[in-house]
Ligand binder design. Structure first.
Ligand SMILES: Cc1cc2nc3c(=O)[nH]c(=O)nc-3n(C[C@H](O)[C@H](O)[C@H](O)COP(=O)(O)OP(=O)(O)OC[C@H]3O[C@@H](n4cnc5c(N)ncnc54)[C@H](O)[C@@H]3O)c2cc1C
Length: 403
């Protein structure tokens, strides 16, 4: 089948990889002129890690990744007041855990299909007209084209979802936080392999030292207003207003921000839908079931949705009606549980009161005792799902990786 995929982030190229492996003809459309670079650092583990291993990407991902040694909370004077050793993450995942730039993960996945799958950069699906035998797609720039199926892998603000299922407001649960991130070169303070974070009631700033003299900065703050700034100047003004009077390294961090372009800024939201498919259209990744950064696993979940959708299309002989229903049935409960636990984590991630911060810091100090750390972290790191081995089912190819 010819399958158009909107969005070449994490989910889109993963889907293209598996569809291509199973003998279909995917075409990727990405609105950016090239793969997006920069952004933020993600933790990568669990079922997404297993799927990446099946795709032969783990060597590259480990090379691009950082093995974080410590999460350190600091007060306004920069003195440690909580945190934990990150060994617990490796221990609870049998060392199948790394942290890397989201854009590096996206590039590694794309590398597996580069030259094999047609990709159109700088364009986007603009309209979808479904008929008995397929879909007729119009684009922002290219001439219209016909496909058998269409998939929206175009993230939290998915245009495919908007066109086929309805406006974002119907499906978005705004969690009341905003997030911003940027990268800078030459920041003078470096703590290798340490994620350093400063929390005040309702807001948090974090810094992570990267290779090549680069540093990543992340801001999360409480805000009930859904509106987002639309230019870098507006984003900088908002961050100055919210964080401008804070201690720790905020004066230096905001100074580094002033010389930076391309600040990531968004609402912390989830997408909750009754169904991720309609007719010949399917959604995957954040477009379908965004769990938000609070899940710490959105990339892995996006890859899982891509793998399962491709597997269902292949194992049902291309009957999209049966495959789409099976895709939804396989993942609905699992993803809903991930979303529920991410929502519960919000108060611990960015507490809204001084006593909330004190309590969070106390809990992390207790996590110096290994059994307590294993209990707290282990329950959130588990992926309670067994996925079929579609490679074996469809291609008769046995894999060492058990999902
Ligand atoms: C600050 C932060 C921290 C996070 N931390 C983690 C973490 O620790 N671990 C983790 O696993 N996940 C984390 N996540 C979540 C993770 O980044 C997402 O869940 C994941 O990127 C979703 O992948 P996706 O492919 O669905 O969407 P995206 O990665 O957003 O990709 C969507 C792609 O579609 C393109 N696009 C958008 N609109 C259009 C259009 N109209 N036409 C064509 N193309 C379009 C975009 O340019 C982009 O390339 C974090 C997120 C944030 C914001």
């Amino acid at each position: 089948m010819k399958i158009a995929i909107n969005g070449a982030g994490i989910a889109g190229p993963t889907l293209a990889y598996w569809l291509h492996s199973f003998g279909h003809e995917p075409v990727l459309y990405e609105q950016a002129p090239a793969l997006r670079s920069g952004g933020y650092v993600i933790d990568f583990w669990g079922i997404g890690y297993d799927i990446a291993e099946k795709m032969g990407l783990i060597g590259q991902i480990r090379e691009l990744g950082y093995q974080v040694g410590e999460v350190r909370f600091v007060n306004s004077a920069g003195r440690s007041n909580g945190g934990l050793s990150a060994d617990v993450f490796s221990r609870m995942t049998n060392d199948r855990y790394t942290s890397l730039k989201r854009s590096d993960l996206a590039a590694a996945i794309y590398g597996a299909i580069d030259g094999k799958v047609e990709t159109v950069f700088g364009d986007s699906i603009a309209a979808i007209e479904e008929h008995r035998d397929g879909v007729h797609l119009s684009f922002d720039h290219a001439a219209p084209r016909d496909f058998d199926l269409v998939v929206g892998a175009d993230g939290l603000h998915s245009r495919v979802r908007d066109r086929v299922f309805g406006p974002q407001e119907q499906f978005e649960t705004f969690l009341g936080y905003k997030v911003a991130a940027f990268e800078a070169s030459g920041y003078p303070v470096r703590d290798e392999r340490v994620y350093v974070s400063h929390t005040l009631p309702g807001r948090q700033t974090a810094r992570f030292t990267m290779r090549d003299d680069r540093t990543l900065f992340l801001f999360v703050y409480r805000d009930e207003n859904r509106d987002l700034p639309t230019s870098d100047d507006e984003r900088k003004a908002v961050l100055e207003r919210i964080f401008g009077k804070d201690g720790w390294e905020l004066p230096q961090i905001l100074a580094a921000m002033r010389d930076t372009d391309g600040i990531y800024f968004d609402r912390v939201s989830q997408i909750r839908m009754d169904n991720w498919t309609k007719g010949r259209t399917a959604l995957i990744g954040d477009a379908a079931a965004c769990a938000s950064l609070l899940a710490g696993e959105g990339c892995g979940l996006a890859m899982t949705e891509a793998y399962v959708l491709a597997g269902k299309l292949a194992s049902t002989g291309g009957n999209h009606t049966i495959a789409y229903a099976a895709y939804h049935d396989e993942l609905r409960d699992f993803l809903q549980a991930k979303q529920d636990s991410a929502r519960k984590f919000a108060s611990a991630f960015a507490p809204q009161t001084a006593s909330g911060i004190w309590f969070r810091n106390l809990v992390t100090r207790l996590m110096r005792f290994q059994p307590i750390a294993d209990w707290f972290v282990g329950r959130d790191l588990r992926d309670d799902i067994d996925l079929p081995d579609y490679e074996k089912m469809v291609l008769g190819k046995a894999s060492d990786v058990v999902l």
